[in-house]
Design a binder for this molecule. Structure first.
Ligand SMILES: [Fe+2]
Length: 407
């Protein structure tokens, strides 16, 4: 939820219950989004049915949409750049198509060239306000392809609440809409989302020589069913339903199986967050219910991720935060990077230990990994000048399992 979004009147109502209980809100939606807003639910249901036809059976009994193969994709890097690193552009909450997004991408393009990036990450809220209406929606062009022209690398895309919203923008109340973003991967050279959650290694396992382990592995999550501002109606996407059970089982097994030097979890909603939305378990001040508070996402992060991944990269809050690894996180560092098109409200709302944080500017980060070290560079962007400023650098030399020095 953003400054221009709506705060639910109470936790865990469904979208229909919410609107029935709040007639002024329903009128406001019609005013803001046009009379079609209140008929959107029918389109949502139809879209969900169509996407459901593309569901595939996965290991562990889970079901996900999977992308068909079509367009030639930009290749994954098979080796480090001239500096001996894999450099990765990190952006979040980018999909407005507005001036701020264009300024950030123009500034980032120059940094990407200088740093030799070979991969990019989009941490969700890829298509504001309600995600795409189809897998060929023109918003993919105006809010992703055109702004990111020239950053011609694979983009690991993560689903955000705006990508999975039904009637109420940002509610996350209709996860099935995210299937359109999975399907879109077949049409784009840069958009990479083979399924709603997935993992990627660098160098790819195909490029490994015998005995070589990957330098870094990314684990992209779909956090939306357990961090929505409304209750999930579909039994499939309930907090205790088959989808979240399968995702947890997959993540646990994938982290255990990983031989990568560095492990990075990508999830739109943060575990810890000093911005106004707060942390999992108490999102937006809610501490009750199964959805609005994010209590079950907190469980997932604490029980499966903390102490096993070096980084959690999240968006959702439109801020830039490099939080410190602590005993609570079992050495995992939370990073919030959701300011690629919108900025925060200018102040910290919580006091989790931070190496650096910014609540006022738009910007992005560059993650650089080698066998020796993992570095996160944070850039703020001057929107009128469309220029980036390196605001902070943090380097870690020891992976989470044996972390001993953080600088
Ligand atoms: Fe979000």
């Amino acid at each position: 939820m953003c400054d221009d979004e709506l705060i639910p009147p109470r936790a865990d109502l469904t979208e229909k219950q919410w609107l029935r209980a709040d007639a002024p809100l329903a009128r406001d939606l019609a005013d803001r989004w046009g009379p079609q807003a209140l008929t959107l639910h029918r389109r949502t249901l139809l879209g969900g049915a169509a996407a459901g036809a593309a569901l595939a059976v996965l290991p562990f009994g889970g079901r996900q949409a999977t992308a068909a193969q079509g367009v030639a994709k930009f290749p994954f890097p098979d080796g480090p750049n001239q500096k001996g690193e894999f450099a990765v552009l990190v952006t979040g909450d980018a999909g407005t198509g507005g001036e701020e997004q264009l300024a950030v991408t123009e500034a980032a393009r120059r940094v990407c060239r200088d740093e030799g990036i070979s991969l990019a990450v989009g941490l969700g809220d890829n298509i504001y306000e309600n995600g795409p209406e189809s897998d060929h929606d023109s918003e993919f062009r105006t809010k992703f392809e055109t702004p990111n022209t020239g950053i011609d690398v694979p983009w690991l895309m993560v689903l955000g609440n705006h990508d999975c919203s039904g009637l109420i923008p940002g509610s996350g109340g209709d996860p099935s809409r995210g299937d359109r973003e999975v399907s879109y991967a077949a049409s784009s050279p840069r958009w990479y989302m083979p399924s709603r959650y997935y993992n990627v290694t660098l160098p790819s396992s195909e490029g490994q020589g015998a005995g070589d382990d990957p330098v870094v592995e990314f684990f992209a999550l779909d956090t939306n069913p357990v961090a929505s501002t409304v209750a999930q109606i579909s039994p499939h996407y309930r907090w205790d339903g088959p989808y979240m059970r399968a995702q947890r089982q997959w993540l646990d097994a994938a982290l255990s199986a990983s031989r990568a030097r560095w492990k990075v979890v990508l999830g739109h909603h943060p575990y810890l967050n000093n911005g106004k939305h707060g942390s999992a378990g108490s999102y937006d001040g809610f501490v009750i219910g199964h959805y609005t508070s994010g209590i079950h996402l907190k469980e997932l992060y604490e029980e499966v991720v903390c102490g096993r991944a070096d980084l959690i990269l999240s968006g959702h809050d439109h801020t830039l935060q490099v939080l410190e690894p602590t005993t609570r996180t079992a050495g995992t560092r939370q990073i919030v990077c959701g300011a690629a098109a919108k900025s925060g409200d200018g102040k910290a709302h919580f006091d989790h230990p931070a190496a650096w944080e910014n609540f006022s500017d738009v910007g992005f980060m560059v993650l650089k990994v080698s066998e020796r070290a993992m570095t996160v560079d944070t850039y703020t962007v001057d929107v009128p000048a469309r220029t980036a400023h390196l605001a902070h650098t943090t380097t870690t030399s020891t992976a989470v399992a044996g972390r001993s020095s953080v600088g």
